[in-house]
Design a protein around this ligand. Structure first.
Ligand SMILES: Cc1ncc(COP(=O)(O)O)c(C=O)c1O
Length: 373
């Protein structure tokens, strides 16, 4: 299989596999237990907490482990809901049309609970600007949620500017960093971030583990998502998933080095240059995207047949999703202004870190073949 879908999930890094095996063999005790083995596991968990905190300029006490970015996004946005469930004066949320689907669904839930939500659009570079947020906020805005890197385009939003604007207006700022951790620098103080979501499987870690950063969590405890025996600062009850956390730790340690080596291959330029050389009509959606991701529209290629003919060879995402058995254009491409026809003709290609030219040549040859039909 040729895997061009790492934006959906990376394969496990070899170091992560070893860390997981060791952890499942040796770290089977409950990290809440007071005996020696329990405390060893607890120390291993705290080491990873510290590692993530250091990576983003936070304190370990501000990091809560979750099952992934979806759960972290739920915690971030639902943190507005008080124990009484009453919606106060600050009942307005600003987010964007290009957020991950889970943010849109959570916002929809909050709208049904009495909140007002403004969904801003990206500009034609695929970016959410400070200006568009400035226009959307009001004296009732409680929270702004804008993702760091978009998962379909790979574009990097100016979160530092947006964070400063939120700070000046005393509005909480949340950013979904599922796609940016270990790929783009994060500094929660410099970028004025109050809440941030992470996921391990986007950096070669295991699925089912992630984290949320919550500024000054101990000073501002938020309503628990899962009531339990006090784990994770009382926010998320349940036995801590210590082996998965150690796998996450190995990914945090090793992913950046692989990513840096990958950047040097300039494989995205190779792909687009070859398409140009072969006179294939195409355009790229979004400007200055991360090097492992390209959203490529091929208006004159039979993109659907290419996928069907290579179902056993190629894993690659399309700019459309199957919803209730009908094909729907991607909400991100729609927000960017693409027609449904162009969305259906779009691939999201996200390279593996050890991709080779032979694999990219296979895709290029298929695009050439299905452009001549
Ligand atoms: C931007 C973004 N947010 C959230 C998620 C959901 O992450 P998880 O699978 O860890 O719940 C993803 C993954 O698809 C993503 O790309």
């Amino acid at each position: 299989m040729i895997y061009f879908d790492t934006a959906a999930s990376y394969p496990l890094l070899p170091e992560v596999k070893i860390a997981l095996n060791n952890a499942f063999d040796d770290s089977y005790a409950n990290s809440s237990s007071s005996h020696t083995l329990g405390q060893t596991v607890s120390n291993a968990v705290e080491t990873v907490r510290e590692m993530l905190a250091n990576k983003i300029g936070a304190y370990p006490s501000e990091i809560v482990f979750t099952s992934g970015a979806t759960e972290s996004n739920n915690i971030a946005l639902k943190s507005l809901i008080s124990e009484s469930g009453q919606v106060g004066f600050k009942n307005h949320i600003v987010t964007s049309q290009m957020e991950h689907k889970c943010i849109l669904v959570i916002c929809n839930y909050l709208e049904r609970s009495g909140y007002k939500v403004t969904y801003v659009n990206p500009d034609d570079r695929g970016l959410i600007t400070k200006e568009v947020i400035n226009k959307a906020i009001t004296d009732r805005t409680a929270l702004v949620s804008i993702m760091h890197v978009n998962n379909e385009l790979g574009t990097i939003n100016p979160i530092e500017e947006i964070g400063r604007l939120c700070c000046e207006n005393e509005i909480l700022f949340h950013s979904d960093a599922a796609q940016s951790l270990c790929k783009v620098p994060i500094d929660v103080d410099k970028q004025n971030i109050d809440l941030m979501s992470f996921s391990a499987h986007k950096i070669g870690g295991p699925k089912g583990i992630g984290a949320i950063y919550i500024r000054d969590l101990r000073a501002n405890p938020i309503y628990p998502v899962i009531h339990g025996a006090g784990q994770e600062e009382g926010l998320r009850g349940g036995t801590v998933a210590a082996p998965l956390i150690q796998g996450f730790g190995a990914a945090l340690t090793h992913f950046s080095k692989y990513y840096l080596d990958f950047e040097g291959t300039n494989i995205k330029d190779y792909l687009t240059n070859e398409l140009t050389k072969n006179k294939i009509t195409y355009f790229v959606n979004g400007t200055d995207a991360l090097p492992h991701l390209v959203s490529l529209t091929l208006p004159e290629t039979d993109t659907q047949s290419l996928i069907v003919a290579n179902a056993d060879r190629l894993c690659l995402a399309q700019g459309s999703a199957c919803s209730s058995k009908t094909m729907q254009p991607s909400h991100v491409l729609k927000a960017l202004g693409l027609s449904s026809e162009h969305s259906f003709k779009t691939y999201r290609i996200s390279f593996n870190l050890n991709v080779n030219k032979r694999e990219v040549d296979f895709l290029i040859n298929q695009i050439i073949f299905w452009s001549q039909k």
